[in-house]
Design a protein around this ligand. Structure first.
Ligand SMILES: NC(=O)c1ccc[n+]([C@@H]2O[C@H](COP(=O)([O-])OP(=O)(O)OC[C@H]3O[C@@H](n4cnc5c(N)ncnc54)[C@H](O)[C@@H]3O)[C@@H](O)[C@H]2O)c1
Ligand SMILES: O=c1ccn([C@@H]2O[C@H](COP(=O)(O)OP(=O)(O)O[C@H]3O[C@H](CO)[C@H](O)[C@H](O)[C@H]3O)[C@@H](O)[C@H]2O)c(=O)[nH]1
Length: 337
């Protein structure tokens, strides 16, 4: 029995593939490379020593999806495939609603037709919106401030409704906090197109000389040093969380939701200082005005994942910044030559 990993060539999907293979799962990757490179597949083979079945195409294409389900014995789906850039989603909302929501519905319809009713879904801490106070717990009300966030809120709702209507389904919504870091080999990592939106790839691109300096968005928040506080989680810990969530998903029915965060908040300055110290590089920065839509503090209460899944984040902030830097310094242009 195999696990279908949609978006498996992407940042989190590729690391999760490594952990799935390491724990004895068979993996099939589906990706349209809209935000990733085919080179990931060679790197995954080097890391795992295994040939991984791969299908190139979109989750929007139902005949293509059907073919995958007919050709393989699929036990469950881990669903990463989506667009994820918040700013772009504000400018091109239909692109986001179409790919993320229509794509997920297309996938769910084909899964149901093929009687595969186990799915683990990439949700986000963004569904906690701006009004909940950290540490965030799974029972808090959800909301969003941009189309990307709304796609996550809606997809959680769609999955919960599907599991409510048909008791054979098992759906698991995983709310990721701020994934950073990379596989310790330095062979796979985060490779955003264009100028990065997120802090870690921005820092590593400054460190490698591709960008001049970091802009820190605000130093007047109500936080210990005035800069934004987030719950950074090593992508390998996150990947291990998927393996445990999958095990739980396969053993149960109904809908489940778990925070995957380290449960510890660090400020932007904590992150920059730790990066500089661990990697012995300097990150020039200037303080800029707050970024629209940002909140002061966001971190998880991850007790539920600990108690039910037996999952806790193991890696430290120092591990995260070292691994991010190893990836970027060995691959200054990501997967490009
Ligand atoms: N990285 C984060 O900070 C973060 C935080 C919370 C949630 N998430 C969610 O986790 C998931 C994975 O994120 P990531 O950081 O690995 O992003 P990513 O862009 O690196 O990976 C997503 C992959 O999906 C593929 N894809 C997109 N649309 C597709 C389609 N229609 N058909 C087939 N493939 C398609 C892309 O080519 C890419 O390889 C996403 O759903 C994202 O919204 C990410
Ligand atoms: O160039 C930058 C980029 C970010 N920041 C700051 O760094 C922190 C982290 O910002 P990111 O953009 O890396 O991450 P966010 O927490 O804003 O958002 C990310 O994590 C969220 C979950 O918590 C959602 O999933 C969202 O989609 C995803 O982009 C924030 O305080 C932000 O203001 C900067 O100072 N400079």
């Amino acid at each position: 029995m195999a696990i279908l990993v949609t978006g498996g060539a992407g940042y989190i999907g590729s690391h999760t593939t490594v952990e799935l293979l390491a724990t004895g799962h068979e993996v099939i990757i589906l990706d349209d490379f809209s935000n990733s490179s085919p080179k990931v597949l060679d790197r995954l083979k080097t890391i795992t020593g295994k040939n991984i079945a791969f299908y190139e195409g979109s989750i929007l294409n139902k005949p293509f999806l059907n073919k995958i389900f007919k050709e393989n014995n699929i036990e469950a789906v881990i669903h990463f495939a989506a667009f994820k850039a918040v700013g772009e989603s504000v400018k091109e909302p239909l692109k986001y609603y179409h790919n993320n929501i229509v794509g997920t519905i297309s996938l769910l319809e084909v899964m149901a037709e093929n009687k595969v009713k186990n799915i683990v879904f990439s949700s986000s801490a963004t569904v906690y919106g701006v009004n909940n106070i950290s540490p965030l717990t799974e029972d808090m009300p959800t909301s969003a401030t941009n189309p990307y966030g709304y796609t996550k809120v809606m997809m959680e709702q769609i999955l919960n409704d599907v599991a409510f209507a048909d008791k054979e389904w098992s759906v698991t919504n995983l709310r990721y906090f701020n994934p950073i870091g990379a596989h310790e080999s330095g062979l796979i990592g985060e490779a955003p197109n264009g100028v990065p939106n997120n802090i870690m790839p921005y820092i590593t691109q400054v460190a490698v000389g591709k960008l001049q300096e970091l802009s820190i968005f605000g130093d007047d928040y109500d936080t210990p040093d005035g800069t934004g506080v987030r719950d950074y989680i090593h992508v390998i810990d996150l990947a291990k969380g998927h393996v445990l969530a999958l095990k739980d998903n396969l053993a149960t029915t109904g809908s489940h939701v778990y925070n995957l965060g380290a449960g510890q908040g660090y400020s932007v300055l904590d992150l920059v200082k730790t990066f500089e110290k661990e990697n012995n590089v300097t990150i020039p920065y200037t303080i800029k005005p707050r970024r629209a839509g940002d909140i002061a503090t966001c971190y998880a209460n991850s007790n539920k994942a600990k108690e039910v899944l037996g999952w806790t984040a193991q890696k430290t902030l120092a591990d995260m910044v070292r691994d991010s830097w190893r990836w970027q310094s060995q691959n200054p242009n990501g997967y490009e030559e």
